[in-house]
Write a protein that binds this ligand. Structure first.
Ligand code: PNS
Length: 164
């Protein structure tokens, strides 16, 4: 039976850490939908559509046949239901991620009991990495090429150059 998993996130922007999780998830499920959503606690730098386009470009470079990219507004649980997902993938980097992720996983399970949240650990070089750090480094003229795919580096430099 085909097992579809949704890998949701704000992806503002997608990093090599996210891509590491995508590659790991692709080995476990027959289909992965990388789903670009909205986190009500965040004001993103990139628009929903810009984030979606960057995720599409970055993911296509992985050349994995079982990955698609989607976008959603509203509840993740509803999106998981609409896409017949049996799992929701989340990357877990540090203990500090845990409490929030635990709450989200339980809320999503209440809303859509047919999907299990599955936590995956990124490989060690990405354990400390997140999108906010990448934006801070870019804003302060640091080198971000080791943290993000080339399309994101270009987009970030253009966006931040325009804002500065
Ligand atoms: O990359 P992020 O910011 O950690 O991703 C968070 C995201 C977008 C997956 C989360 O905020 C989300 O699911 N947003 C949609 C609203 C929702 O369903 N929230 C969980 C139940 S309260």
């Amino acid at each position: 039976m085909d097992k579809c998993a949704v890998y949701p996130g704000t992806f503002d922007p997608i990093t090599n850490g996210h891509l590491d999780i995508v590659e790991r998830a692709a080995k476990l499920f027959s289909k992965i939908i990388v789903a670009v959503g909205e986190n009500p606690e965040k004001t993103p730098l990139f628009s929903h559509n810009e984030r979606f386009e960057l995720v599409k470009e970055a993911v296509s470079a992985l050349e994995l046949p079982n990955i698609t990219v989607g976008q959603f507004t509203g509840l993740l649980a509803q999106y998981a239901q609409d896409t017949d997902a049996t799992a929701i993938i989340r990357g877990l980097r540090a203990v500090s991620d845990f409490e929030h992720e635990f709450q989200m996983a339980l809320a999503n399970r209440k809303l859509f009991p047919d999907a299990e949240t599955v936590f995956l650990m990124p490989s060690e070089p990405f354990v400390y990495l997140n999108s906010s750090m990448v934006k801070v480094i870019a804003r302060n003229d640091g080198n971000i090429s080791q943290f993000v795919p080339p399309c994101v580096e270009k987009a970030l430099l253009e966006k931040i150059g325009g804002i500065k």
